[in-house]
Design a protein around this ligand. Sequence first.
Ligand SMILES: Nc1ncnc2c1ncn2[C@@H]1O[C@H](COP(=O)(O)OP(=O)(O)OP(=O)(O)O)[C@@H](O)[C@H]1O
Ligand SMILES: [Mg+2]
Length: 488
Amino acid sequence: MMFSKESIPFAPSLIESMRSLGYSFESAIADIVDNSISANANKIDIKVSLGNKPYVIIFDNGCGMNKSELEEAMRYGSKNPLEKRAETDLGRFGLGLKSASLSQCRKLIVVSKKDGQISCYSWDLDYIIKNASWSMIGYTNQEVKLFPEIEMFNDVETGTYVLLEQFDRIEESTNDLHKTLTNKIDSMINHLSLVFHRFLERKVEISVNNKKIDGRDPFLSYHKGTQIKRSQNVNINGFNIVVKPYILPHLNKLTLKDIEKVGSKESLRNEQGFYIYRNERLIIWGTWFRLERKDELSKLARVMVDIPSDLDYMWNIDIKKSSANLPDIIKRNLYNCVIEAVGGSEAVHTYRGRKTKSTDINHIWERIEVRDNCYEYRVNRDIPQLKILEASLNLKQIKYLNEVITQLEEGFPITSLYVDVAKGKVVEQSAEDEERIEELYTQVKEQVEYAKENGMDYKVIAKAFISTEPYCNYNNIINKIKGVYEIE
Ligand SMILES: Nc1ncnc2c1ncn2[C@@H]1O[C@H](COP(=O)(O)OP(=O)(O)OP(=O)(O)O)[C@@H](O)[C@H]1O
Ligand SMILES: [Mg+2]
């Protein structure tokens, strides 16, 4: 007979493992701030104290919790990820408060005020280990009064106070808690000002040690040189995704302050691409998901993408809310917008009379201007993979190879590609998985070895490979080849 036997997780080990989800300090704090925003707070005070016993407090004037609500909130898995949430709720897993806090420290204390009552519970790793059970510590109002800066509650009717103490992880990894926490304050401010910029621009005030932080608008939409492209709606399973491309103004139209706003000159190059928001909170940014190359051509383009949390199930959002995989159907739909955005970005460069083609990458297809503003696409015959192939062929075979390539160029189905791209029907073909990357690496290696065996200048060839498509798209391949053939 089948029977049922309850198997309760062993608290000390499970909680210890949950600490290793991979939160950074700033992403942990952002996860706690998510809760404050979901609780409708419009004022969030973060206090970092570096004294004898360093602590971090996240205090908000949100809706607060009564005793039983707080008990529920403290429970691991307090809400089911499949449950439908309010449109403004940034939560999903019922884990963030606990897992984010305890990823950084050994003790989490939450005090909340609602209906004139103050309630307080704590998860303390040492207490859990001692009791070998899922036991929280509860505190009386008398005891709560002794917590640092608890008087912040005097000014609010409702609100929540999250206190983090005993930063063992940071201490272990750097041996200098004080210095590390000091540095982390800056990166935390940077992170919060970006991921919550849309809240900061409107209704929410976040301050760190009493200093208000400004929202960092990655689109510089206030700048009159920024081109805001037509926004488009993409309907996925009945829900609307809004896509809005921005072309940032040319670098030398930007003041130092503007550049600071987008991060740095470096970030202008590296953080182009999609900015994906879930309920207005930035989740992933600065990537084209391999739809477009990160090169000079598109460096000023950034595309705002708003996805409602109803579509969470489609994009494998992780507990930290810091990564997610967009499904192909959404990527395909974003493709149109990339073309529009990149097209505009290119225009900004051309207008300045600059060469639009980036010179440091060998593209397999070259765009060649045949007459004024008229282009032809041709296979680049200088790519190293063709050179190696030619080296292995006799003259007659080389002639045939060239004939075939010319026919491929002439037979290129421009019209149908154009129509398909416009309809968002072009399937992305670049390699995503490790197996394919490994395969590509083996290809380069084999070809360079061939060059070496046949007395060709293999170092020059290896160098050419790592700046040629598709190999140049993978840092892994580039680094391995550089290592193996000792090239710069
Ligand atoms: N600052 C707060 N104010 C009011 N309620 C809160 C606050 N922080 C947490 N809660 C309550 O506690 C619950 C649990 O929070 P927790 O962060 O652990 O999970 P979540 O936000 O539901 O989901 P996720 O794991 O995705 O963050 C929340 O759903 C909310 O009801
Ligand atoms: Mg949460």
